[in-house]
Design a protein around this ligand. Structure first.
Ligand SMILES: Cc1ncc(COP(=O)(O)O)c(C=O)c1O
Length: 446
């Protein structure tokens, strides 16, 4: 692609979006895809190949959103296309035992060393839903702790303090205001939820001292990925591990975003963690819908049929087509050098962007490392937690920046709460295109 090419008319995108308003709520299937985020209406995408996508007007973009991180192999990877074509011709799903699900499970367990068994569902939300049910059954406790600004899918009890709000609405760190993310959830649901700020050692100890013995679980993202990209402070995740063990609560590591992205075994391998339950999704399915809960038999076997079982049904669980994709995807990710390349490409994009902001004297930081990062327009040196994000980040400016990138052939969501994704399909030419486009976008911002 010529990075100098400016992307031009989006007339057909606008026509499709106008038409979509008549049949779809807000013209989309998730609020993160519509006018709430895309100020001129969404770019309507029609096809993708490798790291590139084309919109309804046939404009070409380098895609750094990658289906919110699901497309770890990029678009239409030849091996995935081959596997899907073969599998669909044989029958996409039987809702019965298949060899495909065992092959997928074996590969997953070969990579996620902390787990003995896995259960497949269809989305990350289903996985975190099941994880909580298992934790409650295993411990006989109902309460759990989630952190401010962490997103674990759209299951009722998780929808507390997940969106950003002005600082004056947040309450104190010691006693955060409890702000539901959705209508339609009974207040009683939240009675079982303890909310605490993340990445703060001084808060964690007293909160655990106060509530630890009544908690079924503490759930956390290893890298806070729904306020952009906020890595954990050194030793913070280890502290959660230590305190949950001390108080008899389970440690649920939500690796729906980070799983299979930073290392073959996800962030738990990268940081050397031993969670009780891990949840996966996104990159595991390489673009196909999947969720997974993995952990020791002593916990997951509670789903075994019988009295006092933990129920988990699902017509599409272990979907044959998806299981075939997972096996192929994990084989590709197991190739020597794969993660080294993901990190190298990501780090060169990060370095290039930092250089642009420095040269253009724009107050912006690029936070994260390797395959996932986010840009924050801020005068801070780092955004360390949810409250920093709510207070010090200029998300409007970020949105203007990304909208300007659309005209330079770069596709990304204008939502500052998400993150840039590197897939195995991204090349140094894509990074060059991004850096040049960012440079031009910065000139427009000035
Ligand atoms: C950390 C985390 N957990 C769970 C989910 C829910 O996954 P899904 O959208 O597949 O339901 C998400 C989705 O973005 C997520 O970021």
């Amino acid at each position: 692609m010529n990075p100098g090419l400016s992307t031009r008319s989006r007339k057909k995108s606008q026509e499709w979006f106008a038409r979509a308003q008549r049949s779809l709520v807000e013209g989309v299937n998730s609020p993160s895809r519509g006018s709430a985020v895309y100020s001129h209406g969404p770019v309507v995408l029609e096809r993708g190949n490798g790291s590139h996508v084309w919109d309804a007007d046939d404009n070409e973009y380098v895609d750094f959103m990658m289906s919110f991180g699901a497309l770890i192999q990029g678009h239409a990877h030849p091996r995935i296309v081959e596997v899907v074509s073969e599998a669909v011709a044989q029958g996409s799903h039987f809702a019965a035992a298949t060899s495909a699900e065992t092959s997928a499970a074996e590969r997953l367990l070969g990579m996620v060393k902390t787990a003995e068994v896995v259960r497949f569902a269809n989305t990350g939300s289903e996985a975190t839903m099941l994880a909580l049910r298992l934790a409650r059954a295993h411990t006989g406790r109902t309460k759990f702790l989630k952190f401010e600004g962490h997103y674990h899918g759209w299951y009722d009890p998780y929808l507390l303090n997940g969106h950003s709000h002005p600082l004056d609405q947040l309450g104190s760190k010691e006693n955060p205001a409890r702000i539901p993310d959705s209508e339609g959830i009974p207040a009683a649901t939240f009675e079982d939820v303890i909310v605490a700020p993340w990445n703060d050692f001084a808060i964690l100890e007293p909160v655990m001292k106060r509530h630890g013995r009544e908690l079924a679980a503490v759930i956390t993202e290893p890298i806070m990925a729904n306020m952009g990209c906020i890595p954990p402070r050194d030793g913070y995740l280890e502290k959660i591990r230590q305190l949950t063990s001390e108080y008899g609560a389970l440690f649920i590591l939500d690796e729906v975003v980070t799983g299979f992205r930073y290392a073959p075994g996800g962030c738990q391998e990268y940081y050397g963690l031993q969670p009780d339950i891990s949840t996966f999704g996104k990159a595991l399915g390489a673009g196909f819908p999947v969720g997974a809960v993995a952990g020791p038999r002593s916990i997951l076997n509670r789903m075994t049929w019988g009295d006092k079982m933990v129920l988990h049904y699902g017509t599409f669980n272990g979907h044959r087509l998806t299981m075939k994709v997972i096996a192929a995807n994990l084989d590709l990710l197991s190739a020597p050098g794969c993660y080294k390349q993901l990190h190298a490409v990501g780090n060169s994009a990060i370095a290039g962007l930092r250089d642009v902001f420095r040269r253009r004297r724009i107050k912006a930081i690029v936070q994260g490392f390797g395959p996932m990062f986010q840009i924050y327009f801020t005068s801070r040196e780092a955004i360390a937690d949810y409250r920093d994000y709510c207070t010090f980040v200029d998300s409007q400016l970020y949105s203007r920046f990304v909208h300007s990138l659309f005209d330079q052939g770069i596709y990304m969501t204008p939502s500052n709460g998400l993150h840039w994704i590197i897939s195995t399909a991204h090349t140094s030419a894509d990074v060059d295109a991004l850096v040049q486009a960012a440079d031009r976008a910065c000139a427009e911002l000035a």
